[in-house]
Write a protein that binds this ligand. Structure first.
Ligand SMILES: *Cc1c(COP(=O)(O)O)cnc(C)c1O
Length: 353
């Protein structure tokens, strides 16, 4: 069967006449704006936040389009990538009927978002070595399977999937592949954003929450061909990205050097931390990581976790997650945070010996 977006989109979304905001209907030059029921007198803040923001975020998209070498019309900007994930379900999955494939252990929001939307998930587990079971995924494809979520580098395992495998899955799936590249800046592998040109069924997600250091702003990106982005624009809340976020993201995009510098420090700390952790007796394995965290298998995860909490250090206990039994997920911190972590773990080692 050949890919066709028409057969994938829900009927109600195809028929939907989107909300038309005041700023959608008028976009020329004017002096007096009495069209949106804003407060023309101003606000209690010194900045100009009394006006609604650009619903389409064109300035930010123009800037992003140069950086990513795609068209502004091929970008959706969301209130975090979580918004882009949720909208994918709402556009493509008929509740109670369609389903999505996820490959656990992976990011928890895919399943939560599916459940919120009453969409069934088919779970095709990763293999023991955290690789994709490509054949099993392909066998799970059918007409009602609308979405396939791939997270590369994957959270919480930290590994990337080979580009050829991802491309093979995109090429052989008649539904939409959502490739989550939240951790791509820390990876040895290249982003597949530009592949949206070759594949009409590919959505690539990135976020400002990780490498960019802007988790507090809530800004996520979806890249796809215009047809898919038009659907996103149709269903998104009209002013989904605040003016504060738009202004600050634009400002951040002017300072990419700082981001590159931070990424290099995180990568060098990741390698140092990984080596140091391997020397502990209670550490059974430090998995290779393409992300800004390390998955670490220890002898007693709950005990280690609680000890660290008592030391006022919080890591993520993933020991109840399938294939991650006995594992903690540790975010790479600053040099001094990592030093404090290692010192605490030395005390732990002395204690449990
Ligand atoms: C952290 C993370 C995100 C980011 O979500 P935001 O809503 O953009 O903060 C997305 N995907 C994965 C796999 C993550 O780990």
């Amino acid at each position: 069967m050949k890919f066709s977006i028409e057969t994938l989109v829900r009927e109600n979304i195809k028929k939907l006449k989107p909300y038309s905001s005041a700023r959608d209907e008028f976009c020329g030059e004017a002096e007096i704006f009495l069209d949106a029921n804003e407060n023309s007198f101003g606000s209690p803040l010194p900045q100009n936040y009394n006006r609604y923001p650009d619903p389409m975020q064109w300035r930010v998209k123009k800037c992003l389009s140069e950086r990513y070498n795609v068209k502004p019309s091929e970008i959706f900007i969301g209130n975090g990538s979580d918004e882009a994930i949720d909208l994918a379900f709402r556009i493509f999955c008929e509740p109670g009927m369609d389903c999505a494939i996820i490959c656990p252990p992976t990011y928890g929001m895919y399943e939560v978002s599916a459940q919120i939307n009453n969409v069934q998930v088919k779970k095709i587990r990763l293999r023991e070595d955290f690789s994709l079971d490509v054949e099993a995924i392909k066998s799970a494809f059918d007409r009602n399977t609308k979405l396939l979520f791939l997270c590369s580098p994957n959270n919480p395992t930290g590994n990337s999937f080979p580009t050829e495998q991802i491309v093979d899955l995109v090429a052989s799936f008649i539904g939409i592949v959502v490739l989550d590249e939240a951790y791509i800046h820390f990876s040895r592998q290249k982003s597949l954003v530009e592949e949206i040109r070759n594949f009409p069924n590919l959505i690539v997600l990135q976020t400002f929450s990780k490498a960019w250091g802007l988790a507090g702003l809530r800004v996520g990106l979806a890249f796809a061909n215009e047809e898919i982005i038009n659907l996103y624009n149709k269903v998104k809340p009209p002013y989904n990205l605040s003016k504060v976020s738009q202004d600050l993201v634009l400002q951040a995009l002017q300072n990419q050097g700082k981001v590159q510098e931070m990424i290099e420090r995180i990568l060098s700390e990741r390698e140092r931390l990984s080596k140091m952790l391997q020397d502990f007796d209670f550490v059974e394995k430090v998995f290779p990581s393409d992300a800004n965290f390390l998955l670490v298998k220890v002898k007693d995860a709950d005990l280690t976790y609680r000890f660290l909490l008592d030391e006022r250090i919080v890591v993520r206990n993933r020991s109840k997650v399938e294939l991650c039994e006995g594992c903690l997920r540790i975010t790479v911190g600053t040099e001094s945070e990592n030093q404090a972590l290692l010192q605490a773990l030395r005390r732990f080692e002395a204690l449990v010996l």
